[in-house]
Design a protein around this ligand. Structure first.
Ligand code: ZN
Ligand code: ZN
Ligand code: ZN
Length: 367
């Protein structure tokens, strides 16, 4: 397990308060999801027992937490008060009494609907709004300390890719290989392995294929997309392997994807719209005649969540800024034939993209 880095939680909460003031919102309520650990360093257990931080515009925040989970709370030297609730108490009533009856409250987006509905019932005069704009304002631009963790997370999965490229794929099921990847992800320095996609042969044409019983055989291409976490920060990388030497049709498509990914990377610069990076990569694929086979956006932001703002997609006119971190992952998916995807995480710097994944991007031929 990696040493927990010291993030400045006090500064993060101050920035949240500034957002509340700017938006005329009395409190930020943060439950399960990544906003709570971002602000407090505490990650709520996902369960029917309510955990909720009540962060007021002014005054001390309070973490309302099930009594049995209170022992694992670190209050960061009094940064917030802890209010454990016992099994016979109503936690929604506890939160409501901390809030009073303000005009407006923001709720983080993964808070369970059942709690929001109960809060609305007990505070009929209060308007509940999504905290997503606040969350985006806080988390969109990564600090140097955050980029350090994302870089470490990227390097850890790159070491797994290195090991994969000398492994035997043939004769293994997708599910077995996914299990190995999960184990190696932890062995190579991630605190946890979060997901593994292993899609062989025609299964590769389904971008989010769930690894199954299919036995990988000679002539298959294998899309491998996986990630883990280091100190809470996510990795996410994709490489496409080929069992034995690929034919010219596959090679041609692969080179198109590789060129498109490079075109996307080359387009990244502060002041360039997110959708223009998508367009730069998509143009390469369309010009080569594979346009109909690239069926998803070019990329997504990454941080404490594996998918977060900014999204590289047509319609997102937001300009890139230094400190934004996101994936660049074009793909070609030919139904009933094969899939190809190459995915790297990058950080936008003043000079352009800096890749956080450095494993080779040529097709990896395996046995
Ligand atoms: Zn995906
Ligand atoms: Zn991925
Ligand atoms: Zn991704």
């Amino acid at each position: 397990v990696n040493e927990a880095p010291e993030f400045d939680y006090r500064a993060r909460i101050e920035r949240a308060r500034a957002q509340l003031a700017e938006r005329g919102t009395a409190h930020l309520l943060a439950s399960v999801g990544s906003d709570l650990p971002y602000l407090t360093g505490y990650e709520a257990m996902v369960s029917e027992r309510l955990t909720m931080a009540v962060i007021p515009q002014e005054g001390t925040p309070t973490l309302v937490v099930p009594e049995l989970e209170a022992p694992r709370v670190d209050d960061r030297n009094g940064l917030f008060a802890v209010r454990p609730w016992s099994e016979t108490e109503d936690p929604v009533a506890v939160v409501a009494s901390l809030c009073g009856s303000p005009a407006r409250i923001a709720v983080t987006d993964q808070t369970w609907a059942v709690f929001v509905l109960e809060l609305q019932q007990s505070m009929p005069g209060t308007v509940f709004v999504s905290a997503r704009p606040i969350s985006r304002a806080l988390r969109l631009i990564k600090s140097d300390a955050e980029v350090v963790q994302l870089r470490a997370a990227g390097a850890a999965v790159d070491r797994v890719v290195d090991r994969l490229s000398s492994m035997r794929f043939s004769g293994r099921s997708e599910r077995d290989l996914a299990g190995d990847i999960s184990t190696m992800t932890r062995e190579e320095g991630s605190d946890e392995a979060t997901f593994q996609i292993v899609a062989a042969g025609p299964n590769g044409a389904s971008p989010h294929h769930h690894p199954g019983e299919r036995v990988i055989s000679p002539g298959d291409s294998v899309v491998v997309d996986f990630g883990g976490k280091v100190a809470g920060y996510c990795s996410d990388t994709t490489r496409t392997f080929h069992v034995g030497e690929p034919d010219s049709e596959f090679n041609e498509a692969y080179e198109v994807v590789r060129t498109a990914q490079q075109a996307g990377i080359d387009a990244i610069r502060p002041g360039v719209a997110a959708e223009d990076v998508d367009a730069a990569a998509r143009r390469v694929i369309a010009d080569a005649g594979f346009g109909e086979f690239f069926i998803h956006r070019l990329g997504h932001g990454i941080g404490l969540d594996v998918h977060e703002d900014p999204y590289l997609v047509e319609g997102n006119g937001r300009d890139l800024e230094p400190g934004m971190t996101f994936s660049v992952e074009p793909g070609v998916y030919v139904p009933e034939r094969f899939g190809i995807r190459i995915e790297d995480i990058v950080v936008c710097t003043p000079h352009g993209a800096d890749r956080l994944n450095r494993s080779p991007r040529e097709v990896a031929v395996v046995d």
